[in-house]
Design a protein around this ligand. Structure first.
Ligand SMILES: *Cc1c(COP(=O)(O)O)cnc(C)c1O
Length: 353
């Protein structure tokens, strides 16, 4: 069993980057590369991103940040790496210490983290660039509005000792309804004002991810953090690829392993992340024919055979230029979002079944 075949269209990726840049200018664009670049593979995506001049990377955690930094150094690219998840210990090998050593921009959402990175900055005689996160309503993390005043004062005190510099104020919004997003933005703007009165001078305010950064200029501020659109993943139920000017980067294909009468078997299954709910709802693209999915088992998928189907044929599960069958198209058939399809079925580093 070989499993699915993953193909990347790096020219499509580059074109998406240019589309995103043009859409959000003059705001800067941070490319979000969490989850191994949305399962496109960091090692394949990053060199092209550097070549296209992407200078900000949203790397989620220290490991990913160090991976980005390593490849940037190899490529001679001068980049900034934003991480926003650090663990809570204060040993020399801790996330805070590594973040300080890596010269990362660190998203900070609670007082313990703030003190940890500040202490790491002092210990290493460096000034850690910090982005304070206000919880604007998602309740994932971030300083609650009632904690914000104390947070910005504490940050200012650490700045005066040279341990940190508050480079940004940020938050994450649902991008689900305009009304909720507007409420979140009001909380955000208040937080920025409070930070300024505490003497902080953040260069970057960042709030929007893909959807809001395209749709709503007032959400762009100095920077946006974009993942999905850069990989050509359009929002479920939203504008289509052409309207957005993006195209899928990842194509997932599968080989036909055998044909029994009316049924063709494909070398892709539930263990490769294909949601079994797609059976009876979706089809794969076999060139001129479209083959309805009959059943998805652990290691293989059975589809309706098409005229001339034979072992060794390759079909497209999603993606591909002009295929008209994106990850989001599949997602919509089963009430989920394109990101979920891509994260489940994309490349898995270190495994190849
Ligand atoms: C994933 C993520 C993004 C990117 O979201 P997209 O909708 O994929 O553009 C931005 N910011 C944060 C904090 C994230 O976790």
């Amino acid at each position: 069993m070989s499993g699915p075949i993953h193909e990347l269209d790096l020219d499509a990726f580059a074109a998406n980057i240019h589309t995103v840049r043009a859409a959000v200018a003059p705001a800067e664009f941070m490319l979000v590369v969490k989850d191994d670049a949305y399962r496109h593979g960091l090692d394949a995506i990053l060199p092209r991103a550097f070549a296209e001049g992407v200078s900000w990377f949203g790397a989620f955690d220290v490991e990913t940040g160090e991976h980005v930094a390593r490849l940037a150094e190899d490529a001679g690219a001068d980049v900034r790496v934003f991480i926003w998840t650090i663990g809570g210990d204060d040993t020399p090998g801790s996330d805070a210490a590594r973040a300080a050593r890596g010269r990362f921009d660190v998203g900070i959402g609670d007082a313990v983290q703030l003190d940890l990175v500040a202490a790491a900055g002092l210990a290493q005689q460096t000034t850690v660039r910090v982005h304070l996160k206000i919880d604007t309503g998602l309740h994932r993390n971030g300083f609650r509005p009632e904690e914000w005043d104390a947070a910005v004062r504490s940050a200012r005190a650490w700045e005066q000792r040279g341990a940190i510099r508050v480079e940004g104020v940020w938050s994450h919004i649902a991008e689900a309804s305009d009304r909720d997003d507007d409420d979140a933005r009001a909380v955000f703007d208040d937080a920025v004002t409070t930070a300024a009165s505490a003497g902080l001078t953040p260069r970057y305010r960042h709030l929007a991810a893909s959807a809001a950064s395209f749709a709503r200029a007032e959400f762009r501020y100095e920077m946006v953090r974009v993942g999905a659109f850069a990989y050509g993943i359009r929002p479920a139920g939203g504008p289509d690829d052409r309207e957005l000017g993006i195209a899928p980067v990842l194509t997932v294909r599968a080989r036909v392993t055998g044909v029994d009468g009316a049924v063709a078997r494909l070398a892709v299954g539930a263990l490769d992340g294909l949601p079994s709910l797609l059976a009876g709802r979706a089809a794969v693209d076999a060139g001129v024919h479209s083959a309805r999915i009959l059943a998805i088992d652990a290691l293989e998928t059975r589809v309706e055979a098409w005229p001339g189907a034979a072992a060794g044929d390759v079909v497209t599960v999603y993606g591909g230029a002009g295929a008209g069958r994106s990850a989001t198209d599949l997602a919509e058939l089963i009430g989920t979002i394109g990101e979920e399809i891509v994260l489940r079925t994309g490349k898995r580093s270190g495994t190849s079944r």
